[in-house]
Design a protein around this ligand. Structure first.
Ligand SMILES: NC(=O)C1=CN([C@@H]2O[C@H](COP(=O)(O)OP(=O)(O)OC[C@H]3O[C@@H](n4cnc5c(N)ncnc54)[C@H](OP(=O)(O)O)[C@@H]3O)[C@@H](O)[C@H]2O)C=CC1
Ligand SMILES: CC(=O)N[C@@H](CCC(=O)OP(=O)(O)O)C(=O)O
Length: 351
């Protein structure tokens, strides 16, 4: 176990994916982390920096096969892998005293029947799942600090949950009339050669997908229900946007009649005033995904068209950072008692 002075020994399962290389970018520059094992089944033996030249001079390890990786020697292992991988290895790792942060969905849904329905697999360790923590730090900070296994939230759910939390905590909006219209860059689909992700298919194109149901819907519903203290449902529609990184969610809610006079701007500013990675912008702002590119910042802006009963919450983040790897490092910081912003103060890149 890492002490307050000794570096945190880090393992990454799935180092050749988009979230994997983002974890490597962040952790190679993290003052308290030491990369100890990075796995890839396909690229075993390849120096990491040969695959990712941005890491030359920063990462001097080679990829190792998962089964040969010294993961049990680590203090924490990040799973940047498809759904179903972490849950197969979590028990052995926590028995070896290793903390687990899963970027996939294995530890996000507490309802295993719902998990099985949407991910087409039975949960491999429901007992470990029961004790795991949903790693949305801004809502679960204390639980994250004492966790053994953390389920890093999905990218879309991160924007919708943080966008709606102040409203649901106070019971200010109707719970049967929420629409989340979400847009993601193509890196959200992962570093796989799926047709839809090819340049000639994705560039100069914009499309909705999974309109009749997306696996993030149950994750969002489960979390919003916990915050509201009662069942919540919503319409959630993801879209693929011709850009590499970035996520913008536009969330439409109906204000309850008795809450029409609420100062929503003040509510959000107060609720997130101590959150380093949540920027509540001036009312009416138009957040841009490029303003958070490669940073762990999430920006929120409120709109009240015609001062009527509709409130529109616009949320932007980088899907690979606050939507994945940055949030995972934020969880690691809390897990090991470090200042939450450690290794996460990158300013967004413009132009
Ligand atoms: N892309 C994004 O914006 C976000 C992604 N996520 C989630 O994070 C996870 C990783 O996503 P992403 O990086 O995009 O995915 P990629 O497809 O880009 O990378 C997957 C990685 O996992 C490895 N891998 C695949 N299968 C296995 C296996 N059975 N055992 C061990 N390693 C395996 C692959 O390497 P190899 O095959 O060589 O072992 C590769 O390194 C996914 O669950 C995704 O849903 C979460 C938030 C945002
Ligand atoms: C553009 C795109 O394809 N996005 C992915 C979400 C990526 C992701 O973040 O999935 P998890 O967070 O659940 O791991 C999708 O819609 O399936």
């Amino acid at each position: 176990m890492a002490s307050s002075s000794a570096p945190i020994k880090v393992g990454i399962v799935g180092g050749t994916g988009y979230t994997g290389v983002e974890l490597l970018r962040l952790l190679s520059a993290h003052p308290n982390a030491k990369l100890h094992a990075i796995t890839s089944r396909k690229e075993e033996g390849m120096p990491v920096a040969d695959m990712f030249p941005n890491l030359r001079g920063h990462v001097d390890l080679a990829f190792s096969a998962p089964e040969n990786a010294a993961l049990s020697e680590c203090d924490v292992v990040f799973f940047a892998t498809p759904h179903g991988v972490a849950m197969g290895q979590a028990r052995a790792l926590i028995e070896a005293g290793v903390k687990v942060i899963d970027l996939a969905a294995d530890f996000r849904l507490q309802d295993t029947a719902v998990f099985e329905k949407w991910y087409k697999m039975a949960h491999a360790c429901p007992d470990v799942l029961k004790d795991s923590v949903y790693g949305l730090v801004e809502l679960n900070r204390e639980k994250v600090a004492g966790a053994q296994v953390i389920g890093n939230p999905g990218c879309y759910p991160t924007t919708v949950i943080l966008g709606l939390t102040p409203l649901l905590e106070k019971g200010l909006v109707k719970l049967d009339n929420i629409i989340a219209d979400c847009k993601s860059g193509v890196s959200g689909a992962g570093r796989k050669t799926e047709v839809g992700s090819l340049f000639s298919e994705a560039s100069d194109n914009f499309k909705a997908y999974a309109v009749s149901g997306h696996r993030h819907h149950p994750e969002i519903v489960e979390q919003l229900g916990k915050i509201a203290g009662q069942p919540v449902d919503l319409t959630f529609v993801p879209h693929l946007v011709p850009m590499i990184r970035g996520m913008l969610s536009t969330i439409y809610v109906k204000i309850k009649p008795e809450a029409l006079d609420t100062d929503f701007q003040a509510l959000y500013e107060q609720r997130y005033q101590n959150e380093a990675f949540i920027d509540v912008m001036p009312a009416g702002s138009l957040p841009e995904t490029r303003s958070v590119r490669a940073s762990n910042q999430l920006r929120i802006a409120l709109h009240r068209p015609g001062n009527g009963d509709t409130l529109i919450v616009v949320v932007v983040q980088d899907n690979l950072v606050k939507g994945a790897a940055g949030q995972a490092v934020q969880n690691m910081n809390v897990l090991f008692g470090l200042a939450e912003q450690t290794g996460l103060n990158q300013v967004a890149i413009l132009p």
